[in-house]
Design a protein. Structure first.
Length: 195
């Protein structure tokens, strides 16, 4: 199987986290994409987040009807940061016959050299770069990677951000329906995650 891995804080998950991944799965022939909500993102050490289990639940709600997209609790620990290389090595052990593809936004791709054990990440998986609104995908890492190890996905970037969604929810306002799946908004309101 060809497995995509897509990590993030998903605070909260929105259509900008879903539609580009569906397009990437189609273009890259991925059989399944596994979302990995992280309990404690290493690149956001001081930012307050909704509880990890709540972010996991919102991801499940958003993806429930999308059979190709799954959610994993692997990175949910809030006691220590989760590192991408550890996740990749976990899936290598658990699914030795599968081909792994790490999906990252163009903004994350630009910072990939600073990631923990970057060289091992590049050796462990194909990197698929998703377009992000207003961010041009850098090509400098292409010189480091063999051409078969990086793919630039021609997805339609959606102009929605978790920051703006949180701001609306904190004011008690519902985000536009084409920004966030309704069950995610209902869950956030029920548990007052952003108030």
């Amino acid at each position: 199987m060809r497995i995509g891995l897509f990590g993030g804080s998903f605070d909260p998950i929105h259509w900008g986290h879903v539609q580009p991944v569906l397009e990437a799965a189609s273009q890259l022939g991925l059989d399944r994409v596994i979302y990995l909500p992280t309990g404690r993102p290493p690149h956001k050490p001081n930012r307050a987040l909704a509880p990890a289990l709540a972010r996991y639940a919102m991801a499940e709600l958003a993806l429930l009807d999308l059979g190709q997209l799954w959610v994993s609790a692997l990175e949910l620990s809030e006691s220590a940061p989760s590192y991408t290389i550890d996740t990749l090595l976990h899936f290598r052990r658990e699914r030795p016959g599968d081909e792994l593809c790490l999906l990252v936004g163009a903004d994350s791709y630009a910072e990939l050299r600073s990631w923990h054990r970057c060289g091992e990440i590049l050796a462990a998986a194909t990197i698929a770069v998703l377009a992000r609104p207003g961010i041009a995908a850098p090509t400098s890492l292409q010189a480091v990677l063999p051409p078969a190890r990086v793919a630039f996905v021609a997805n339609r970037p959606l102009a929605v951000s978790s920051t703006e969604v949180r701001r609306l929810l904190a004011r008690g306002e519902r985000p536009p329906a084409d920004w966030v799946p309704k069950p995610v908004v209902d869950f956030a309101f029920k548990y007052q995650l952003y108030r």
